[in-house]
Design a protein around this ligand. Sequence first.
Ligand code: NAP
Ligand code: MG
Length: 490
Amino acid sequence: MSDKETTLDFDTDWSYSPAPQSSTEVKLRDRYNLFIGGKYQPSQTKDYLEIINPATEEKLSEVPQAGAADIQSAVEAAREAYTHTWSPMPAADRGKLIFRIARMIQERAREIAVIETMDGGKPIRESRDVDVPLAAAHFFYYAGWADKLDYAFPGRSAQPIGVAAQIIPWNFPLLMAAWKLAPALAAGNTLVLKPAETTPLTAMVLAEIVREAGIPPGVVNIVTGGGETGQILVRHPDVDKIAFTGSTAVGKEIMRTLAGSTKRYTLELGGKAANIIFADAALDQAVEGIIDSIFFNQGHVCCAGSRLFVQESVYAEVIKKLQERMEMLIVGNPLDKNTDIGAINSREQLERIQAFVEIGKQEGGEVYQSKCNLPDNGFWHAPTLFSNVSQSHRVVQEEIFGPVLAVQTFRTVDEVIEKANNTPYGLSGGVWTDKGAKIFKVTREIRAGVIWANTFNKFDPTSPFGGYKESGMGREGGVEGLMPYVRLDG
Ligand code: NAP
Ligand code: MG
């Protein structure tokens, strides 16, 4: 056998032929309305937001920009349904209706995945394999709790709270809606949901599902609009609880607004997760996990592993493997089933990421970017790696929310724990090592809500998720995720 046959030829073009997911069966309306009291209603403001596909910049649809009068009718509808329909309904019946939502998401899975990808820019592989199945799984899981609350809180009587205002971001639009709706509904609350202004379309599908599933009018209300719409909702006096997922800055503003009120709130905010590779780790597996942790969903992930700490003795090897792997990532058409990295969600977010990369360079960071061809239209950012940075650099300290990884080194376990904890955030983290003792030490001493060991970005509805420090308060998922939606008597 000649050498040629036994070694891989890296000069060969290994690119895949296009494999686009068809979007022809997806029928988007030219314009959507607010979903209030079980009916589709135009906004009283008569203002509309254009919804564009970030991969092509083409207009997909438009949605109303809800104002104070719309929020008033949504909260009134939710209150009415809470008092007269949903909270008095036998819990087993509530459960059946929530199960129906889960099944209908599964039935329409392909269509929803395509819409999520067109609206938000994420690869179809991800919306198909992560967002949609996990959203259905959350409804299945919490549907099961509806008539078992006495087991969730033994010896206590769990009562619903009332009307919840739920505000979500653009990175996992349907999944974040599921995280919010499912536990609230299972516990007997009614709600008003506001999706992010750039990604409201799967929430519009969810409105159709809620209606067709037979959820009584007013139990779920969906209002679209920008930050101002969210602000009006938070301030509404007849809202009992706020559930917010988004940036730390807006989370703090909500806390200030609510100071002195009796409203309950939970906040899922930003992150700057540390991923730690020890020299004894399975390096190829670790590199694959690092790539997934920061480049998955274009880095638009609150728990993204945006800070990487590599033990000094394997630093050069890990950087080389990372760069090689970055060159193989396929950036482009999100509807293509081979695509690894899709479009950045909006021009605004792209400019924010670009500004951070400039800051990183000015601060003396050494930058490496994949040599990929970015499409001409749409919003795109190449996978980017910063080395030669330290704890005080802004690309190490601040949340970028894009495909940008900052790499540092360490020598000892204690040193890396101290460095990893040196951030105002505490949402997630990752550790890669062959030694169980190191896993236990690191996971115990890093202050973060979730820490994965030898894996990353694994989610399950049975497992609680949430932050320490400025990453927020309260938990979503698991039995813990029911807590914010119940009043415990007895
Ligand atoms: P954002 O600007 O805070 O927006 C989040 C949501 O709040 C959107 O629906 C937004 O409307 C609305 N909003 C904006 N200003 C508001 C205000 N003053 N009062 C009430 N609502 C307001 O966050 P983003 O940029 O969309 O999302 C990215 C952030 O979310 C990142 O920081 C990320 O870490 C965080 N995140 C956290 C988690 C978690 O579980 N911890 C999960 C996902 C994302 P508009 O759409 O009009 O801005
Ligand atoms: Mg959009």
